[in-house]
Design a protein around this ligand. Structure first.
Ligand code: GNR
Ligand code: NI
Length: 177
């Protein structure tokens, strides 16, 4: 299991439509393992392929907040939303690719997801609360969409400028290492 570097916005790879996963093979299982390790290390509650530079329709999530509770890692391949509630929910969202920036996003409160599991079987489950928000946030990543795309242009531009500045600093630090 290895921790992979997380891409920081703006990056063209975070804006791409990701391709479906054709077969569940050893490479996909290794990728899922690495993504879970990377997510828990960050720490975050979700991580999508493009965030580690893999433009495939895969994401991982674990929204168990209670540190004493058992972990509940979920790996979704080729995920689809098959139903959304009319009722919406506002969540203060963040993203590992947009560090330390948070904003309220309105989304359906509940979603029904269908996906291919690492077991090669189709799964379907309904999610609520942070799980539902996270699943939608991750699915957006597979379609090249970030939570800041739901904000007004001014807020989005302010965050993007901060991230450009952060990346310039990181590049400079790397050069001086
Ligand atoms: O760790 C994360 N927290 C989070 C909080 C509210 C809504 C969505 C998320 S997902 C985020 C990790 C991430 O960037 N996944 O793509
Ligand atoms: Ni994200």
């Amino acid at each position: 299991m290895s921790i992979r570097p997380i891409l920081i916005h703006p990056d063209p790879r975070l804006k791409k439509l990701c391709a479906p996963i054709a077969t569940v093979d050893a490479e996909v299982r290794k990728l899922a393992d690495d993504m879970l390790a990377t997510m828990y290390d960050a720490p975050g509650v979700g991580l999508a392929g493009p965030q580690v530079g893999i433009l495939s329709r895969i994401f991982v999530m674990d929204c168990v907040k209670d540190h004493d509770a058992a972990a509940d890692p979920v790996v979704m391949l080729n995920p689809e939303i098959t139903w959304t509630s009319d009722e919406t929910n506002v969540y203060e969202e963040g993203c590992l690719s947009i560090p330390d920036q948070y904003a309220e996003v309105t989304r359906p409160k509940e979603v029904r997801m269908r996906w291919l599991g690492l077991d090669g079987q189709l799964h379907e489950e309904q999610y609520d609360g942070l799980w539902a928000t996270c699943a939608q946030h991750e699915l957006d990543h597979l379609n090249g969409k970030l939570f800041i795309d739901y904000l007004g242009p001014l807020k989005r531009q302010m965050i993007t400028r901060k991230m450009e500045k952060l990346k310039r600093g990181l590049a400079r630090d790397k050069g001086n290492a």
